[in-house]
Design a protein around this ligand. Structure first.
Ligand code: PLP
Length: 414
C-alpha cells in the first residue's frame, strides 16, 4: 500500500463505477481489467477560499508541486526536483488576428525539462515508483513519454526501460539514450508496441508509467489545467485546445480546469477542443458515434495512435465540457508549424502544431466564434522532430565567403 495525500478520497472505475480505497499501488479496475481505468477523487471542500488560496499559490515555488493539495503525492524535496510545471502562458495578438479569434494564449510546455508536456506525468511516476520501492520504471511511447520518463528516471536514480515504435523520430531516440535508458525500437506500430510493453512489464514487475493504466499519472497531466486556472484566475476562458493521441492529456487538462472551477478559481468550465490528425482520428470518431478506424497515418508522430488507451476519459472530457473535436490534415499541420513560430516565437513539433491547426479548423467550422478567448497547449518542442521542421522550413542557402556573394544572397527570395 502506498499512502496517498489525505485529500484523495477514493479511486473510481470510469467504466463500471466500482470504488476502491485510495491506495497508490492500484492500477486498473480489478473487475474490468485494462480498460477499467481509474480516476482519483479528492475532497477539496476544506481548501481556503479562492482569493486566499491564489495568494498561497503565488508564494510557492514555480513548479507543479505547488498544487500539493490537489495531487496524490509530492516528492520529499520538491524544491530539488527538476523544474516541471508552471510553464509560461503567453498572449499572442498576432496569432489571435491570424486565427480570427478574440484572444489567443500559448501555454508553452515546450520549455519543460525534456521539452514536452509528458514530464508532468513522468514526474509523478518516478515519485510513486520511489514510494513503491521499485528500481525500474517502464513504458511504451510514441517518443515523448519515453524521453520524459528517461529524463525523470535519470534524475531520480531509477532504471528506465522504454519501448518505442520503429518510426519514433531520431532526436527523441537520441534523447532517450543520452539519459541512459534501455531503449527498444519495436518493429511495429505504437499499438502493438504498447501491448508488448504491457506484457513485459507484467512479466518483470516493473513500475508502469503507461498513462492510461496508471491512474496517478493523469494527476500530473492535470497540472496544466490547474496552471491555466491560476494564470487566468477569475477570468472566463471560452476554449482550451490540445491535440489528442491516447487521450490522457486532454482528459488531464480538463480535470485540472474542472477542479479550478470547483474551488472557485475559475468562473466557469472552459470548453475543451481536441485536435486529431485526419488519418489518426479514433477519438474524434468515437465522439461522433462512428466506427473506429484501425490505422494511424500522420507525420505528427506523437498523435499517431490507432488504439487510444484513454478513449473513455478523453470523450468524457470533451462531452462533459460541451466541447468539440476536429480533425486536421497533415498539410494543415504543416501550415501551422510554420505560422506559430513566425507569429509567436514558439517553435513546436508537429503534434503541437496540430492543436493550432485544430483551432483554425474550429474557427472555419464556426465552432469557435470570432470573439472567443482560446488557450492552446503547446505540448512538444520543435527540436523534437528536426526532419519534419526542415521539410517544412526548407534548407537555408550556402553562400560563398565574400561580401558580394552575401549581398546577392540577401536579395534572393525569401
Ligand atoms: C503525447 C502527446 C500528445 C497527445 O497526448 P495524449 O495523452 O496521447 O492524447 C500531444 N502532443 C505531444 C507533443 C505529445 O507528446
Amino acid at each position: 500500500m502506498i499512502q496517498l495525500s489525505p485529500r484523495c478520497r477514493r479511486l473510481v472505475c470510469v467504466k463500471c463505477s466500482a470504488e476502491y480505497p485510495p491506495d497508490g499501488t492500484l492500477m486498473t479496475c480489478t473487475r474490468c481489467g485494462l480498460t477499467g481505468i481509474l480516476d482519483v477523487e479528492y475532497d477539496l471542500s476544506n481548501l481556503p477560499p479562492a482569493d486566499s488560496f491564489l495568494r498561497v499559490l503565488q508564494g510557492r515555488a514555480p513548479n507543479m508541486w505547488r498544487y500539493a493539495e490537489m495531487l496524490p503525492v509530492v516528492p520529499d524535496l520538491p524544491e530539488h526536483f527538476l523544474r516541471v510545471g508552471l510553464s509560461p502562458l503567453y498572449e499572442s495578438e498576432r496569432m489571435a488576428q491570424d486565427l480570427g479569434v478574440g484572444r489567443f494564449y500559448v501555454k508553452d510546455d515546450t520549455l519543460s525539462p525534456t521539452a514536452s508536456s509528458k514530464d508532468r506525468a513522468s514526474a509523478v511516476a518516478v515519485v510513486m515508483a520511489r514510494k513503491a520501492n521499485q528500481q525500474v520504471v517502464a513504458c511504451a511511447s510514441t517518443g515523448n513519454a519515453a524521453s520524459s520518463l528517461a529524463g525523470m528516471a535519470a534524475f531520480a536514480g531509477l532504471g528506465a526501460v522504454i519501448m518505442v515504435p520503429a518510426r519514433a523520430p531520431a532526436p527523441k531516440v537520441a534523447q532517450l539514450r543520452m539519459y541512459g535508458a534501455k531503449v527498444l525500437r519495436i518493429e511495429a506500430d505504437y499499438s502493438t508496441t504498447w501491448d508488448l510493453c504491457q506484457q513485459t512489464i507484467e512479466r518483470h514487475g516493473w513500475y508502469n508509467r503507461n498513462c492510461a493504466i496508471n491512474p496517478f499519472l493523469m494527476e500530473g497531466k492535470k497540472t496544466t489545467g490547474l496552471e491555466i486556472g491560476e494564470q487566468l484566475a477569475r477570468q472566463p476562458i471560452d476554449w482550451v485546445a490540445v491535440s489528442v493521441g491516447d487521450g490522457c492529456t486532454i482528459a488531464g487538462i480538463a480535470k485540472g480546469l474542472r477542479q479550478m472551477v470547483e474551488i472557485g478559481m475559475l468562473p466557469s468550465m472552459p470548453r475543451m477542443l481536441g485536435a486529431q490528425a485526419e488519418g489518426a482520428a479514433p477519438v474524434y470518431r468515437a465522439w461522433r458515434g462512428e466506427p473506429l478506424p484501425t490505422a494511424a497515418e500522420t507525420f505528427a508522430d506523437s498523435i499517431a495512435v490507432s488504439v487510444p488507451r484513454n478513449l473513455t476519459k478523453a470523450v468524457n472530457a470533451v462531452k462533459g465540457s460541451n466541447g468539440a473535436l476536429v480533425t486536421v490534415s497533415d498539410d494543415q499541420i504543416r501550415h501551422d508549424m510554420r505560422v506559430l513560430p513566425r507569429l509567436s516565437g514558439v517553435f513546436v513539433e508537429p503534434a503541437a502544431a496540430a492543436t493550432v491547426a485544430g483551432v483554425r479548423e474550429a474557427v472555419r467550422q464556426g465552432i469557435i466564434k470570432p470573439a472567443d478567448k482560446v488557450v492552446a497547449v503547446m505540448t512538444g518542442n520543435g527540436l523534437k522532430d528536426i526532419a519534419s521542421a526542415t521539410a517544412v522550413a526548407g534548407e537555408a542557402p550556402y553562400v560563398k565567403a565574400n561580401l558580394d556573394a552575401i549581398e546577392s544572397a540577401l536579395s534572393e527570395e525569401p
